[in-house]
Design a protein. Structure first.
Length: 232
């Protein structure tokens, strides 16, 4: 009987002690992980909506449409607005590996739209700003195209693409179709059959429009169509 009362008294004392601790120490608030990601150090960096989409560093024809071929003026690159809203391009700049600003964007780019920048456009802007006219300065043997966003007190590197001499060869461009992390070689105008990377896709460069590689419709006859069904 004594031991029973001792046990009861011990449990009562423990309950009183826990009650006192609870009054002194505030209880912690549980924050679900999904909610915690939006606060403080858990915050994920925003995904940039403006991306590089295609680069042609080794022109061999009149890509800018001025009627004259010029290896510096006819090189080009394009950017695409991957977001769901119109995008102000004023904060964005493009450079090559030496980080010299080659072009300053302007205007508004609609969702899903692309903007083409040629070497001649870059030269015209550079002269207007009193800079040395160097164009986009995309080296055929390989280089890096870098997209920057200028903010208040800082400049952020938002996208870049390092390409090699295969991609920089005459009238070949490099770009992505569905996945910004997976670039392909658009080599229809100058087919690549070597063992290097990237392999040729057989697709043509698409300056100023969304990248793609449609399968051309093949010619056939009504007799061939009927034969296909008869063989099934």
């Amino acid at each position: 009987m004594l031991r029973t009362w001792q046990a009861v008294l011990w449990l009562l004392a423990a309950a009183i002690a826990l009650s006192l601790v609870a009054r002194v120490v505030p209880s912690a608030h549980f924050v679900p992980f999904a909610r915690a990601q939006s606060y403080g150090g858990f915050a994920a960096p925003p995904v940039e909506e403006l991306r590089l989409s295609e680069i042609l560093a080794g022109p061999a024809r009149d890509w800018d449409g001025d009627g004259v071929f010029d290896s510096r003026k006819d090189e080009w690159l394009e950017v695409v607005n991957t977001g769901a809203a119109p995008l102000d391009l004023a904060p964005y700049r493009v450079s090559d590996a030496d980080s010299t600003i080659r072009y300053e964007f302007s205007g508004v780019l609609q969702p899903g739209a692309v903007m083409l920048v040629t070497g001649s456009m870059a030269e015209t802007q550079q002269r207007a700003l009193g800079r040395t006219a160097t164009g986009l300065s995309l080296n055929n043997g390989g280089d890096v195209a870098i997209l920057f966003r200028v903010g208040t007190g800082d400049t952020v590197r938002v996208d870049s693409r390092q390409y090699n001499s295969i991609e920089g060869a005459a009238d070949r461009s490099t770009g992505w179709i569905d996945d910004p992390s997976s670039w392909v070689l658009f080599d229809k105008l100058n087919p690549y059959g070597g063992s290097g990377e990237p392999k040729g896709s057989g697709c043509a460069p698409t300056p100023g429009i969304r990248n793609g590689c449609p399968t051309p419709a093949s010619e056939t006859t009504w007799g061939k169509i009927k034969q296909l069904y008869l063989e099934r």
